[in-house]
Design a binder for this molecule. Structure first.
Ligand code: UDP
Length: 238
């Protein structure tokens, strides 16, 4: 029996299961950039991103972080808690790149004196606008207490992930996290942690090992995703 689709996004589908508390997060090969303007397929990305994400979520769970991860249903399907996604992209940056470099006219690769946290509204039609905490509180997207939690949890996850990627010879330049609320209101880390939502630069060469290979047409997209997957799989068995 094929599971009914609850929601379909650009790179993933959410499918329902017999358990109302559990969904299947199905990872597609589709790739998009610039809010959907550039479209393509990255061969095997679904499987690779599902494997990377599952292993990282499991590691974070073992370290005591709350996540939506429940296990794998197949090589590109992850079992996850049913949550209401908070409509914010929580971006944490260690090095200047991408939209930050453009916004402030500062060269990509400049190290930040401390991790920088930014919140963007998850809304492609509006181009994911940058938000202040006041916007988030005034529009009711999260409460003050939730914002304190997201800010602190984001920094804690950044510290763990920076160390993890460094152990693989990779510098975590920036990454995007999403959080969701379980039915009882508990906030958990959701979505995915993959090269689609992180900037990963090889230590020593600054070779890009993330979605910028697709965004900027740098070539070797599939090979690089597979390389990241091999490194993560070797470090974090399931
Ligand atoms: N990011 C993402 N989804 C988005 C926008 C950004 O996963 O819709 C990630 C992106 O991969 C990078 C980080 O968030 O790791 C910061 O992205 P930035 O604001 O620099 O935007 P971009 O250069 O991707 O437009």
């Amino acid at each position: 029996m094929t599971n009914e689709i609850l929601r379909e996004g650009k790179s993933k589908k959410l499918l329902i299961t017999e358990d109302p508390e559990v969904l299947i997060q199905y990872f597609k090969d589709d790739a998009t950039a610039f809010n959907g303007e550039k479209k393509g397929i990255i061969e095997s990305k679904g499987r690779v991103n599902c494997q990377i994400s599952a292993r990282i979520f499991k590691m974070l769970e073992e370290k005591g972080f709350l996540t939506h991860y429940r296990g794998l249903a197949s090589d590109r399907e992850m079992l996850v808690d049913r949550v209401d996604i908070i409509p914010l992209e929580v971006v944490i940056r260690n090095v200047v790149a991408g939209s930050l470099a453009k916004r402030f006219g500062i060269e990509e690769g400049t190290a930040l004196a401390e991790p920088l946290q930014e919140f963007f509204l998850k809304d492609d039609d509006l181009g994911d606008p940058l938000l202040t905490r006041n916007h988030i509180l005034a529009f009711g997207w999260a409460t003050n207490e939730e914002m304190d939690y997201l800010a602190a949890e984001g920094l804690r996850i950044n510290a763990v992930m920076t160390e993890f990627w460094a152990s693989l010879g990779i510098r975590l330049v920036d990454h995007k996290l999403e959080f969701g609320r379980r039915a009882d209101g508990t906030i958990v880390l959701a979505d995915e942690i993959t090269p689609d939502g992180c900037r990963l630069w090889e230590i020593g060469t600054d070779r890009k090992m993330d979605k910028d290979r697709f965004r900027r047409s740098l070539g070797k997209v599939e090979e690089t995703y597979a390389e990241v997957c091999d490194k993560v799989s070797a470090a974090l068995p399931l």
